[in-house]
Design a binder for this molecule. Structure first.
Ligand SMILES: Cc1cc2nc3c(=O)[nH]c(=O)nc-3n(C[C@H](O)[C@H](O)[C@H](O)COP(=O)(O)OP(=O)(O)OC[C@H]3O[C@@H](n4cnc5c(N)ncnc54)[C@H](O)[C@@H]3O)c2cc1C
Length: 453
């Protein structure tokens, strides 16, 4: 029987971050992974989607635009799908190999194997193991509704392998994963239809962000049916039920099911750990209902995002190593695309619903020099805050390349800075960040480059 000081199950972002921080804190740690180091994010999620998005965006600009406003003419753009796949995989492989080197560097024992639980005992590839601390970081998997049981469909995993560019792609689910993959395939040339059961796609976002994304998708030729659900599929035709009960037919050579993800709770369940609403229940120290067993990342309630899993990994490691309680953080969210959406904190609708008195400072990218030099003036920065104190309630940004502003808004919100700090911070010129500064100035009706109303 093998005994570990700390054993981590799952080498995704949550698990590998915890392993490295524990090792940095002088702890002995082993990590077991049944697939590839890096988990979903590196191999089947964040990284491959962004690689495909980059390629799709270039291809689309070259193919569709023909000649840009800046006078560059593209001729005969061709998509080499085998090369695309190879390149995309090489990016993931490089990052995964880098992780393996880090494990070695830090003396972390990496076990490529399957962890199972039998009679409350953890086994790795059949061998019983013991531990002082166990961290469950088993992540999540695509959630597939039963209506698809007897059908052939893609999940995000197959979709990211780009087996083909289907002529007609039906995307069921208008959440982040569905919308990102819909725009990628639309840019590669598929005729895409999104079906979303809620009254809007990306319903969790501020309404102004949703409007920008809907406009971009429309430009890409993506058809969107909201308040609608998938009924059945036969011979290349899907039947969709609209909110008013009417049925419509949608051509679909392929169906992508992007109806959310469910936590991989099997091991936690077999260990007798408390589970609520499908998520492992944890205290503010990440400890589960069983002493010495912790859970992090997609397995526990909260935004299913890689940077959240990263923060959990650090939090749990520092708690185990030093008994330090994790600091709560507000998590920013991004929907990537040619036009990206970045968001933190409350939306206007949430503030209205909660009866909170707020004011908005807004600055359009059409008045930002850097955006215009990049031939992309679509979008805006919007800051919502307390009119009396300048406390930030929420920041919402849309535009080309704005994803890089997520760090600044997270720093501001999580450091408790007021809107005045953003307004008073020198932002280099010309950058998109100036639009955030001017939205902050507009909050005080003092933006320089727009009339303040
Ligand atoms: C298509 C897609 C795009 C995404 N894009 C983004 C994005 O742009 N930004 C973002 O922040 N988030 C994104 N996400 C979400 C992000 O990938 C997850 O939030 C993140 O991977 C969660 O990390 P984790 O460590 O909790 O779990 P995971 O990354 O799921 O890792 C869990 C690991 O545990 C292993 N495992 C499970 N059970 C066992 C077992 N019994 N034995 C051994 N190993 C086991 C699995 O093989 C896996 O490697 C995306 C997800 C998808 C699907």
């Amino acid at each position: 029987m093998k005994k570990f000081e700390t054993l981590i199950i799952g080498a995704g972002v949550g698990g590998y971050t915890a392993a490295i921080r524990l090792a940095q804190s002088g702890k002995k740690v082993a990590i077991v992974e049944k697939e590839k180091a890096g988990g979903v994010c590196l191999n089947k999620g964040c990284i491959p989607t962004k690689a495909l998005l980059h390629a799709a965006s270039m291809y689309h600009r070259a193919k569709k635009q023909g000649i840009t406003r800046s006078g560059i003419e593209f001729k005969g753009a061709v998509l080499h799908i085998d090369r695309l796949r190879k390149w995309k995989n090489s990016v993931s492989d490089r990052l995964s190999r880098g992780l393996m080197l880090l494990f070695k560097e830090y003396g972390i024992e990496y076990i490529n194997g399957v962890a199972e639980v039998e009679g409350g005992i953890v086994r790795i590839d059949g061998e019983t193991v013991e531990y002082d601390h166990l961290i469950l970081a088993t992540g999540s998997s695509p959630n597939i509704p039963s209506v698809f049981s007897n059908l052939s469909y893609w999940t995000s995993y197959e979709c990211l392998e780009v087996p083909e560019i289907p002529e007609n792609l039906l995307v069921v689910g208008g959440g982040v994963i569905g919308v990102e993959l819909a725009s990628i395939y639309a840019m590669f040339g598929s005729k895409v239809t999104i079906v979303e059961v809620l009254s809007d796609i990306l319903a969790f976002l501020d309404r102004d962000l949703r409007k920008v994304k809907a406009k971009e998708l429309k430009k890409l030729g993506v058809r969107i049916h909201t308040s609608a659900s998938f009924e059945k599929y036969d011979n290349g035709v899907a039947i969709i039920r609209k909110g008013d009960g009417t049925l419509i037919e949608v051509q679909a050579d392929r169906i992508l099911v992007a109806t959310g993800r469910k936590p991989n709770i099997e091991l936690a369940g077999a260990l007798g750990i408390d589970i609520k609403d499908g998520f492992v229940v944890v205290k503010d120290t990440y400890e589960t209902s069983k002493e010495g067993i912790f859970a992090i990342g997609d397995l526990i309630k909260g935004p299913m995002l890689a940077h959240r899993a990263h923060r959990d990994g650090i939090g749990v490691a520092e708690y185990i190593a030093y008994g330090r309680k994790p600091i709560g953080n507000i998590v920013p969210a991004i929907v990537y695309g040619d036009i990206s959406l970045v968001s933190i904190g409350k939306s206007e609708d949430e503030l209205i619903k909660d009866g909170i008195n707020y004011r908005a400072g807004v600055f359009p990218l059409s008045a930002n020099g850097r955006a215009l030099t990049m031939e992309s003036s679509e979008g805006f920065c919007k800051i919502l805050g307390d009119p009396d104190t300048g406390k930030i309630f929420g920041i919402h940004i849309a535009g080309y390349g704005v994803d890089e502003m997520a760090g600044e808004i997270s720093l501001a919100v999580n450091s408790g800075l007021t809107i005045e700090y953003i307004a008073n911070t020198i932002h280099a010129h010309p950058t998109l960040g100036e639009a955030l500064m001017e939205a902050a100035e507009n909050f005080y009706r003092k933006s320089i480059h727009i009339p303040n109303k």
